[in-house]
Design a binder for this molecule. Structure first.
Ligand code: HEM
Length: 409
């Protein structure tokens, strides 16, 4: 009997203590969460927070986009398709008005829509690692020039850059003249094969780089050609100016050379303005591999994502008057001279800029000479109807249609 009473007393005492243990544990846990929440955005999957060098509120340097749920921006894109995602980032840029922060997937993401921050990132040798968005490309491209980082990227970049230099591009004249010999046509492949003989690259590496140049080159080039033809259809007067310029300077498109093409100044401005208003690579991403202090005093922790929204940068009203108006004369020397160099970055800039911008200009001018000499381009699709998709290259939901009419029937 006394033994039984003792057991009961112990049970009663434990029953009384138990709630206290729970309450204390909850308080300790809450205290811990609140404490580390200063350093980590706990509900945004423990995303380490950006800080300010001088203890200012981060919002005063870069506004933080309000999430749709209590979990930061983690679930903001749920249920959104590619068009919805594109709209989300456009609306965010318009709402914030300056480069802004979001917290998602366990890390901060600094979204750049101004040239000052873009310049800092693109010219910074510690910021050459691509953001996680590029991981989608890796099954196809592996770690080629576009996706690799560190020593491998440096070696490959040094190897391939000379194949796009002016003296090599001049050889393309001969392709246009159809008198090219095989060795010259494959300047880039030659370089890689020579490098293989010297033990600087192996067969798999050559495949990586050929795939990279095919994909990295083909997609944005075809998108730019598509949008340029579309814009020619939309702006009849400007198309006429391009046509007249071609008539003046190009007598035989089968016999082009780089000097003749360089006389097509208006056409070049038209292409540049197309690349501004429809940048074929609408986002450029990096991630920090160490804690990084930005010129505005923002400290990004290791592993932060940095996204440069080229589409929004190219329409930032601080740097472009009436940004939605298509006007090739923005690129007249007198109109460009005061503009920040990084306000226009269709080919990126700095250390990892596109190798092929000069090559691409020759390519697209040549194609347009052929097309415009033969056809007048009339509109079918209207630019107001375009629905853009978010992706590593700029896509639209619609089928863009134009009408080609033979000029000399
Ligand atoms: C309109 C045409 C093109 C546009 C707008 C364009 C744009 C770009 C941009 C924005 C980048 C930087 C990407 C980044 O940092 O994330 C880039 C890189 C690159 N582009 Fe282009 N590109 C074009 C055509 C081409 C062509 C024709 C080729 C090759 C034949 C090419 C090869 C490359 C390569 C290899 C890189 C990687 C450079 C590096 O990371 O070091 N691109 N391009």
């Amino acid at each position: 009997m006394p033994v039984a009473l003792g057991k009961q007393t112990r049970r009663v005492r434990f029953d009384m203590v138990y709630p206290f243990i729970v309450i204390i544990t909850v308080f300790v846990l809450l205290y811990w969460v609140l404490k580390i929440n200063k350093e980590y955005y706990v509900l945004a999957f423990f995303a380490r927070r950006a800080r300010a060098t001088d203890g200012r509120f981060v919002d005063n340097i870069a506004p933080i986009l309000k999430g749709n749920t209590i979990f930061g921006n983690v679930f903001d894109l749920c249920g959104k398709d590619d068009a919805g995602t594109f709209r989300y980032y456009r609306d965010a840029a318009l709402e914030m008005g300056k480069s802004y922060l979001i917290y998602a997937f366990g890390s901060p993401m600094f979204n750049i829509i101004d040239p000052v921050n873009a310049e800092f990132v693109l010219s910074n040798p510690t910021l050459i690692t691509k953001s996680i968005d590029y991981d989608f490309m890796q099954p196809a491209l592996h770690k080629g020039l576009l996706t690799s980082t560190g020593k491998k990227w440096h070696t490959r970049r040094k190897m391939i850059t000379p194949t796009f230099k002016h003296n090599v591009l001049v050889q393309f004249e001969e392709i246009f003249r159809r008198y090219v010999n095989k060795k010259r046509r494959f300047a880039m492949l030659d370089t890689l094969i020579c490098a293989e003989k010297d033990g600087l690259i192996d067969h798999a590496g050559i495949c990586e780089e050929v795939n990279t140049l095919m994909f990295g080159g083909f997609d944005p080039s075809s998108i730019t050609l598509m949008f340029t033809i579309f814009n020619l259809s939309m702006y009849e007067d400007m198309q006429e100016l391009c046509y007249q310029e071609i008539l003046e300077h190009i007598h035989d498109p089968n016999n082009l050379d780089i000097n003749q093409l360089s006389n097509l100044k208006y056409l070049e401005r038209f292409i540049k303005e197309t690349l501004r208003i429809f940048p074929p690579v609408p986002i450029i991403g990096r991630q920090t591999s160490e804690e990084t202090v930005l010129p505005n005093g923002l400290i990004l922790p290791t592993g932060s994502q940095i996204i440069m929204h080229v589409f929004d940068l190219h329409r930032n009203p601080k740097y472009w008057d009436q940004p939605d108006v298509f006007d090739p004369d923005r690129f007249l020397p007198q109109n460009s001279v005061k503009r920040h160099a990084y306000a226009y970055i269709p080919f990126s800039m700095g250390l990892r800029n596109c190798l092929a911008q000069q090559y691409f200009m020759i390519l697209i001018k040549t194609l347009l000479c052929f097309i415009l000499k033969k056809f007048k381009i009339l509109p079918v699709t209207n630019s107001k109807d375009l629905v853009f998709h978010m992706g590593l290259t700029l896509r639209v939901e619609n089928n863009i249609k134009v009408k080609f009419v033979l000029r000399n029937k």
